[in-house]
Design a protein around this ligand. Structure first.
Ligand code: GAL
Length: 312
């Protein structure tokens, strides 16, 4: 089964698939894709699939009218701004807390008018695709927090976000219940202005991919690797071309099949003039023995979720 990069994708009902700046998790043998939908009162949509090609719409899991509930973290619970307009919820990522049996979403929050809040926000749900309850936005340890991602490493998880007006990357260890940051575990790329972080672990190394800061316009992607997350990531190397093949990282999808494990770079091809016309690209990542990583631009990507094999 194939996907065609850069075209309008539709769900199994024939509707345009809106899951921008998103994330995919696998739960109970099913893949769940979360991402931004900025139409109507929606913030985050969820789709499910067993083959990674056909996606069924499940729910508008977070909207401007979602239920809100305080957690122990003092936070701003507003899902609309003072004018009643929508706020911005960007780059939603979800992990499963096995102990509590609950799904925890982290995202980037802004007031819908400018980018000065630079806050992180959290929501939870007992099922992957139910109505998430919103627990508000806050600045972790008072820091700015914009483009973000989550990364699970064994039984702990990290939240990464661009801080200090995007100048530096912060990586926070999350508390065990995923509901708060525990401590700043690393900060790296001081003054390098990297956005859209996306991580994956392969063999003994952690790889991180990111973009530079140019708003909706694509730019040169870079990657770096480390053998210990809390050491942070050092020197970056370029990946793809000067526009990362007209994309910005959303996340890295690891497809673990019966025969092999494949790595797919999922990128957003934003339409800066018409956000809703933004597209997705799924490109294979090839890892060399020497630590080099290659991003392969392709028009079509064949995926066999059973075996884990991909082709282009
Ligand atoms: C990008 C960022 C997106 C969105 C956009 C707004 O740099 O990665 O998530 O915030 O800017 O201009």
């Amino acid at each position: 089964m194939k996907i065609t990069n850069g075209t309008i994708w539709r769900d199994t009902d024939g509707n345009v698939l809106h899951a921008h700046g998103g994330y995919i998790i696998k739960h109970g043998g099913v893949y769940y894709w979360y991402g931004e939908n900025r139409l109507e009162n929606f913030y985050v949509d969820c789709y499910c699939s067993e083959d990674l090609v056909n996606w069924t719409f499940r729910n508008h899991v977070l909207t401007a009218d979602s239920r809100t509930e305080n957690s122990r973290v003092r936070a701003d619970l507003r899902l609309r701004n003072e004018e009643g307009g929508k706020v911005n919820i960007e780059r939603p990522k979800v992990l499963y807390d096995r102990k509590a049996g609950r799904f925890v979403m982290w995202m980037h929050y802004e007031n819908g008018k400018d980018y000065h809040c630079a806050a992180a926000a959290v929501a939870t749900c007992d099922t992957p695709d139910g109505d998430f309850v919103y627990h508000g936005s806050f600045n972790p340890y008072g820091e700015m927090s914009r483009d973000c991602t989550l990364f699970e490493d064994g039984n702990r998880a990290y939240f990464l976000s661009a801080s200090r007006d995007n100048a530096d990357m912060h990586m926070y260890l999350l508390q065990e219940d995923l509901m708060n940051v525990e401590r700043l575990a690393a900060s790296f790329w001081q003054g390098e202005y990297r956005e859209a972080p996306a991580l994956v672990k392969k063999d003994d190394f952690y790889y991180i991919f990111s973009s530079f800061c140019t708003g909706w316009a694509p730019n040169q992607g870079k990657y770096a690797r480390t053998d210990c997350l809390e050491k942070g990531f050092g020197l970056q190397k370029e990946i793809g071309d000067e526009t990362t093949y007209r994309s910005q990282p959303a996340f890295i999808l690891k497809v673990e099949g019966s025969e092999t494990t494949s790595y797919i770079y999922v990128g957003d091809r934003w339409d800066g003039k018409d956000y809703h016309n933004s597209r997705y690209v799924w490109f294979p990542l090839e890892f060399g023995e020497d630590g080099q990583v290659r991003l392969i631009e392709c028009g079509e990507l064949e995926i066999d979720a059973q075996t884990g094999k991909i082709g282009y």
